[in-house]
Design a protein around this ligand. Structure first.
Ligand code: PEP
Ligand code: MG
Length: 335
């Protein structure tokens, strides 16, 4: 009986594929997919994703001894951009180090006492500039085949973004000299907001980039100083902690004030338990792993945004994440 119920429920969710995600009071929400591997593209299409909100480019570097070439990366990005048939694909530059390992990069990263605070993500790409240059060129070339945006992980300061802008400008010139096709206008450049520093400085960082993507997986870890991969402190890793929620809210408001788009692509986006809260905090664009998308869409279809906003206001006055969890779960049970 349980199996039959599950199949019935899956069929119901499949029927949502072509239904636009909108709340009962007609606020449209954009739902996109996170991809870790190109093979996940088929499922993203199947669930009706309105784009790829986060393509983690680490897969290109994993399980191999040599670094991927520009041509290899271009071919992989092009396939995904073409596969999304006109929907935007957001490709993030390499984010290895900390919890994400790649042997092909071993020689560039020395062991660190605190790898999560060490040479990872954009820090590595800026240190080993060939890594960044190769990826930017591959992305620029792939941009000729569809809508592509570039996303930078672990940004903390404007100077990091400026250095990427410089590298991007040089890559554009180099490709233009060789008459290589690129999109016109050139791809937008966005940043992950996934450290407390970036969230607190979001208003100033907005002057240097085209959009924000809030990464709650790392934001929660760094805000609460609780390793996202360490079972021993798993009970301290709590995305409902008021500090995490305040940072999400202030980054979302900073984007609104600056008039740039903002989306959220951490695991919170794919859990219907958090949907009302995220919409209440002002988010209208969520990116998640494909299997979660139908359940989040169903939650949105049953939600009255005005009620979610009211409940979020109550939640934001609380100091205890246990009370926050109860307020959220009670609200979810009502709807
Ligand atoms: C995040 O940190 O929330 C995020 C989406 O990036 P990743 O999980 O790849 O670190
Ligand atoms: Mg992250």
């Amino acid at each position: 009986r349980r199996r039959e119920a599950l199949v019935r429920r899956q069929r119901q969710l499949e029927r949502l594929r072509g239904v636009p995600a909108a709340t009962r009071d007609a606020v449209r929400i954009s739902l996109q997919c996170n991809l870790e591997l190109p093979t996940e593209l088929a499922l993203a299409r199947q669930v009706g994703a309105e784009g790829v909100g986060l393509l983690r480019s680490e897969f290109l570097y994993m399980n191999r001894d040599t670094l991927p070439t520009e041509d290899e990366q271009y071919a992989a990005f092009k396939d995904i951009v073409e596969g999304m048939e006109g929907e935007t694909v957001t490709i993030r530059t390499l984010d290895v180090g900390s919890d994400k390992l790649a042997y092909s990069l071993g020689e560039h990263i020395s062991p660190s006492v605190n790898p999560a605070l060490g040479l990872r993500a954009i820090r590595l790409s800026l240190k080993v500039s060939t890594l960044l240059d190769t990826q930017l060129a591959a992305m620029l070339r792939a941009s000729a085949h569809g809508k592509l945006r570039i996303l930078l992980p672990m940004i903390n300061s404007a100077s990091e973004i400026k250095r990427v802008h410089e590298a991007l400008g040089k890559a554009v010139k180099r490709l233009a000299r060789k008459r290589v096709a690129m999109s016109d206008p050139l791809p937008e450049l966005g940043i992950m907001i996934e450290t407390p520093g970036a969230a607190l400085a979001a208003d100033t960082l907005s002057n240097f980039c085209d959009y924000f993507s809030i990464g709650t997986n790392d934001l929660t870890m760094y805000t609460l100083a609780a390793d996202r991969g360490d079972e021993q402190v798993a009970h301290l890793y709590d995305p409902l902690h008021p500090a995490v929620l305040r940072l999400i809210r202030s980054a979302t408001q900073a984007a609104g004030n600056a008039g740039i788009p903002v989306n959220l692509c951490g695991e919170m986006a794919g859990n219907p338990r958090f949907t009302a809260l995220l919409l209440g905090l002002g988010l209208r664009d969520l990116s998640m792993s494909a299997p979660n998308l139908p359940r989040v869409k169903q939650r949105i279809l049953g939600l009255e945004l005005a009620d979610a906003v009211k409940r979020t206001e109550q939640i934001m006055e609380q100091s205890d994440s246990g009370v926050i969890a109860t307020l959220l779960d009670d609200f979810n049970a009502l709807e």
